[in-house]
Design a protein around this ligand. Structure first.
Ligand code: GNR
Ligand code: NI
Length: 168
């Protein structure tokens, strides 16, 4: 297993739209396991393949307190949305920024597991927020896109400065 490098905004690779997974083979399972290890290593509750520079529709999630309930969502799709809820979001690709975002309160979604078997489920609360956040990543979208242009520009300048300092 290995820890993958997580891209930071404004890296252009975060804006790519991910392609559906077609082959459910050992390589996919190894990649998904590496994503899970990377997510736990960074103390995240979710991670999309886009964030590690891979344009495939693979998501890992674990919203449990004990960090022992991993979920692998391959080719995830939202089938229905209900209600609206505002909650504070963060993102491993937008480090140390937390802002309020409005999302559907409940969703019905489908996804394939690591073996390619289709599952259909309902989600609410933090899990629903996380799934919506991760599917956005697969479509090249970030939670800061829901903020004002001015706020987003401030965040971009801050992270660009941090990237320059890390380089020097
Ligand atoms: O770890 C994460 N926490 C989080 C908190 C509120 C809403 C969404 C998230 S997802 C984030 C990890 C991440 O960046 N996934 O893409
Ligand atoms: Ni994120």
């Amino acid at each position: 297993m290995s820890i993958l490098e997580i891209l930071h905004y404004p890296d252009p690779r975060l804006r790519k739209s991910a392609k559906p997974v077609e082959k459910f083979d050992a390589q996919l399972r190894e990649f998904a396991d590496n994503m899970l290890e990377t997510m736990y290593h960074s103390s995240g509750i979710g991670l999309a393949a886009t964030q590690v520079g891979v344009a495939k529709r693979v998501v890992v999630i674990d919203v449990s307190e004990e960090r022992d309930q991993p979920q692998f969502l391959i080719n995830p799709e939202i089938l229905a949305r209900e209600g609206e809820e505002i909650s504070e979001e963060g993102c491993l690709s937008v480090p140390a920024i937390y802002e309020k975002v409005s999302r559907a309160e409940r969703i019905r979604f489908k996804a394939q597991d690591k073996n390619g078997d289709m599952v259909e489920m309902d989600a609410e609360g933090l899990l629903a927020v996380c799934i919506q956040h991760e599917i956005d990543h697969l479509d090249g979208k970030l939670f800061i896109d829901y903020l004002s242009g001015l706020k987003r520009q401030r965040i971009r300048k801050k992270l660009e400065k941090e990237a320059r300092l890390a380089q020097a």
